[in-house]
Ligand binder design. Structure first.
Ligand SMILES: Cc1cc2nc3c(=O)[nH]c(=O)nc-3n(C[C@H](O)[C@H](O)[C@H](O)COP(=O)(O)OP(=O)(O)OC[C@H]3O[C@@H](n4cnc5c(N)ncnc54)[C@H](O)[C@@H]3O)c2cc1C
Length: 499
């Protein structure tokens, strides 16, 4: 019988759960980490952002985790851990495709958008190969002598003055008692089930699903652009060293290249317009989507799937949202409280933001009655953040059919992300992820989101409608636009948002 008595039981050893365990251990609390599966294992959620890297670096510094600090930038990662796979991410690139037509580069770049997030490879963001990244973190947990129970199936969680978690690790029964639970089980949604909290996507506007895999022999998109006569000199960074987005009416595709020759790719589809058809196998669906866009098909012509085991996978609707994300003696990490979509790579930065806020709250109020208030506040802010990211993403889905509208609306994300990075570098971080509790920003976003829904509901949007929407966005983000966004003279090629 495994018997553990700890301060905090953390359920789920993804990167979020492992990092929380390391931070709480450094705070002087006694955590234990419980994982249903075993590492290494396939996971989605690979692309980091400047904000994610800043948060990771700060957590490493504040909680004296020097082995994690190099993971916050491509240059230091490659130097410190050359054997740990990763991919170079210089920024975000977007390319607009029309069904049945090859991509045709334009001199004015009207069907492309590049937003650089770093000056050079050394200070760039990364893609994390989650199987290896998560394994690395869980090794750190074990090296710190934090109890780690993998392959452990929890069968019962009993609430009380202390929690009792009962389960089995293989043939061995286990019992963990803890004062506090952090639910980092992601879609596992362990506490939501236990506490009968609804995770229905009620009120969420994004409605998407994903078809995905890891591939080898995916051609660099830059090669195909060059063959079609694109002016690559205008590109502010190599467009493949990015979270590369192929955008089309009804969805989009991410393409994330890793240094070791693996490429992670997935189609995210508007599930209302393209509902899951269970009669079509996942790899057939994958091929059908490729066939619809000739240039993407060319990029993937030689590609072969290498993970996950069994080939291309897909989901039904991704979105879920817990009605309550924390209580007096428990909290969910963001990716446990909700799932949205991969657009703009918000998930990992949000998870890191959640870990930062949770650790500070526990440090302030551990073992004190004020902890209940802290957790109420944690829930309030997390719910506001979810309510912000949802329209940021859904607005883009509505605009995918008219690239100029999407490019304009995307500026809300970049303005918020850049403002948060700048404030953080100045030592005055925003209260919430992506300015979710700043009235002026949220009101501007709300106005433009409503306007976007209105414009796209009416069908084809004329050039005057597009121009007026671009002006409205520029006005709404002005107070948060220190990066020169919304500037027509840049012709969708933004040099560098790195502070
Ligand atoms: C299609 C898609 C693409 C995405 N792409 C990006 C991206 O590019 N960039 C980005 O920033 N974010 C992205 N995200 C979001 C990202 O996946 C999450 O932010 C991230 O995975 C959260 O990590 P985590 O460790 O909190 O949770 P997870 O990675 O979900 O880990 C949860 C862990 O809990 C374990 N678990 C589950 N149930 C139980 C149980 N009952 N008992 C014990 N353990 C359990 C699981 O086995 C797993 O190890 C994407 C999301 C989706 C859906």
């Amino acid at each position: 019988m495994i018997n553990l008595d700890v301060d905090v039981a953390i359920i789920g050893a993804g990167f979020g759960g492992s990092l929380t365990a390391l931070v709480l251990d450094r705070l002087g609390l006694r955590p234990a980490l419980i994982e249903r599966g075993a590492h290494p294992r396939f996971a989605l959620g690979e692309s980091s952002t400047p904000l994610a890297d800043l948060l990771l670096g700060e957590l490493a510094q504040r909680y004296d985790l020097p082995r994690l600090a190099p993971l916050a930038e491509y240059g230091t990662w490659r130097q410190a851990y050359p054997e740990l796979p990763c991919g170079l991410k210089r920024g975000f690139s977007y390319f607009y495709h029309q069904a049945g037509q090859p991509f045709a580069p334009r001199a004015d770049h009207a069907n492309e958008l590049l937003v650089a997030a770093s000056h050079a490879a050394a200070d760039a963001d990364l893609h994390w190969l989650r199987a290896d990244f998560d394994q690395f973190l869980v090794n750190e947990v074990q090296a710190a002598n934090v109890p780690y129970l993998d392959r452990t199936e929890l069968t019962e969680i009993v609430a009380g003055p202390r929690w009792t978690l009962l389960g089995r690790r293989g043939d061995e029964p286990c019992r963990v008692t803890a004062a506090f639970i952090v639910d980092a089980s992601g879609e596992g949604g362990v506490l939501a089930r236990q506490l009968a909290i609804s995770c229905a996507p009620d009120g969420m506007r994004t409605n998407s699903r994903v078809v995905y895999g890891h591939f080898r022999d995916v051609r660099p998109w830059r090669e195909l652009l060059a063959m079609r006569g694109a002016n690559l000199d205008d590109h502010t960074f190599p467009c493949d060293a990015a979270a590369l987005h192929h955008v089309f009416d009804g969805g989009w595709m991410y393409v994330l290249r890793f240094d070791q020759g693996v490429t992670s790719a997935g189609f995210l589809l508007d599930a209302a317009r393209h509902p899951l058809d269970a009669a079509v196998p996942a790899d057939d669906e994958w091929r059908r989507w490729l066939a619809r866009f000739p240039s993407i098909a060319e990029q993937f012509a030689q590609a072969r799937v290498v993970a996950p085991e069994g080939g291309v996978r897909r989901t039904g609707r991704l979105q879920r949202r817990a009605g309550l994300a924390a209580g007096a003696n428990w909290a969910m990490l963001p990716a446990t409280a909700y799932t949205l979509d991969a657009l703009h790579s918000t998930g990992n930065a949000h998870t890191l933001h959640g870990i930062e806020r949770l650790a500070r709250a526990l440090a302030r109020a551990w073992d004190r009655p004020e902890l209940a208030d802290e957790m109420r506040e944690y829930n309030r802010i997390l719910q506001a953040e979810i309510s912000l990211v949802d329209p940021l993403v859904h607005g883009c889905y509505r605009a995918f059919g008219r690239f100029e509208l999407m490019a304009a609306f995307t500026m809300f994300y970049f303005a918020a992300a850049h403002t948060c990075e700048e404030r953080r570098r100045r030592g005055q971080p925003a209260e919430a992820f992506l300015l979710a509790t700043e009235t002026a920003y949220c009101e501007g976003l709300g106005r433009c989101y409503d306007r976007l829904l209105d414009l796209t509901r009416r069908g084809t949007v004329d050039d005057a409608g597009v121009a007026s929407f671009e002006r409205e966005v520029a006005d709404a983000v002005r107070a948060f636009n220190t990066a020169g966004l919304c500037d027509a003279s840049r012709r969708n090629m933004y040099a560098c948002l790195a502070s």
